[in-house]
Design a binder for this molecule. Sequence first.
Ligand code: ADE
Length: 226
Amino acid sequence: MHFDIVTCLPKLIESPFSDSILKRAQKKGLVTVNIIDLRAYSTDKHKSIDDYAFGGGAGMVMMIEPIDRCLADLKSKRKYDDIIYMSPDGQRLTQSLANELSLKKNLVLLCGHYKGVDERVRQHLITREISIGDYVLSGGELAAAVLADAVIRLVPGVLSDETSALSDSFQDNLIAPPVYTRPASYKGWEVPPVLISGHQAKIDEWRHEQSVERTQKRRPDLLSNV
Ligand code: ADE
């Protein structure tokens, strides 16, 4: 799987890909992530990528020209499944959308900044818009990192134990069950005995019950989606 992340602030998005699971996924050759500095596609000597909004008002707008040049360059090298603009008014990112995206081969994530991109970019140059939640970030970079993380960990082979992605919260509209590790007793706080019983069928049953109970308590809305 390949991601091209287009941004005017590349530093803002480099670090999540240089550590832990996302780094390992790239080292194993399962995923490639290319961060592209939009300023490289600017046409003037000041490397501008934004300008004042027509009609006035506070905030700068990202210009269509550098974005078009950048996307045309990318498209000349690869065929993309989707060109995604990260935006608070896009389709909400959910586990099921992450699952869907994890089956794609090549994705572009375009990060907006300032007041966002010229509307013509949204009308003509991208294929979909995704939001990570109903709040406004100062740019699309952190949202792109969230999306890429949620998707990359689902790519087969990225997690060492493949079943662990499947047992995540939300994967089956249930919240994950509680987990414990050593010591079995700490300050008189005990681990549920079934987990140290060695009886796998009972453990599986207990975990499922806990998931259902937690979901009923914390996120009953998920159960109505089943
Ligand atoms: N850019 C700014 N806010 C955002 C959000 N909530 N989701 C995706 N992109 C964004």
